[in-house]
Design a protein around this ligand. Structure first.
Ligand code: HEM
Length: 203
């Protein structure tokens, strides 16, 4: 294996292992923790949440950061160094490649998700958990705001991941495939969210 290939594998591995940690915790929050919180008494919540949530949110936000940094490095390495994948064709026929278009649509969705983690979900959760610890509840609008951003990210993850795979593995670019990524991705997440309060309630 040559050095260039090894660098690519390392960047892909760093990117995907970080993405697993980020999106795995996002699914824990949305598919497990949201229904679970509804079943806890106020006193139990005060004991459990300040211990559980800061740990989960630490891994969540730093995994989001690591996914972004490895992802951007992978993009520069794969697409922006000379003779790489950004363009196809030569001379007057030179145009943005289909692979670049797929990944740039996927990256746009993923970067909005990263922004939500760092600038909406985490600041809101920080105040909510701080309020639980100190006994001075956080402003009433914050839980709704955090839940909305978290749901938005959960729905977005379906199409986003589809697009991440379409770029290297999906062949020629087709807008129909982008539509399919959104339709299949959103429908799958919708089913999981609808099932989440009902499944796993008994052994
Ligand atoms: C945060 C912003 C993100 C950026 C900038 C980004 C960027 C990239 C880039 C440049 C590629 C390489 C595409 C190619 O080979 O043509 C890629 C692939 C990939 N990304 Fe992301 N990504 C992001 C978020 C995510 C997230 C959240 C996940 C969730 C797990 C993810 C999972 C993947 C997977 C599975 C691949 C394909 C790996 C392969 O088949 O070799 N990415 N990403």
């Amino acid at each position: 294996m040559d050095t260039n290939a090894l660098i690519e594998v390392f960047l892909r591995w760093g990117h995907v292992i970080s993405g697993i940690c980020w999106i795995g915790l996002l699914y824990f929050f949305n598919f497990v923790n949201v229904p679970f919180q509804g079943k806890m008494e106020g006193d139990t919540k005060k004991k459990v949440n300040p211990e559980l949530l800061p740990r989960a949110l630490w891994w969540f936000r730093w995994a989001a950061m690591s996914t972004l940094l490895f992802g951007l490095a992978l993009f520069v390495w794969m697409y922006m160094t000379p003779n790489k994948l950004m363009y196809e064709g030569i001379g007057a026929d030179r145009a943005l490649s289909g692979r670049a278009l797929y990944i740039m649509i996927g990256m746009t969705v993923a970067i909005i998700m990263w922004f939500n983690v760092w600038f909406i979900i985490w600041p809101a959760q920080r105040q909510i958990i701080g309020g639980l610890k100190s006994g001075n509840p956080a402003p009433a609008h914050l839980p709704k705001r955090a839940l909305f951003a978290s749901r938005f990210n959960t729905y977005s993850s379906g199409p986003m991941l589809f697009l991440m795979f379409l770029a290297p593995h999906g062949g020629a670019f087709h807008w129909g495939m982008v539509g399919a990524a959104f339709a299949i991705g959103l429908a799958t997440i919708h089913l999981a969210i609808k099932a989440s309060p009902k499944v796993g309630t008994s052994i």
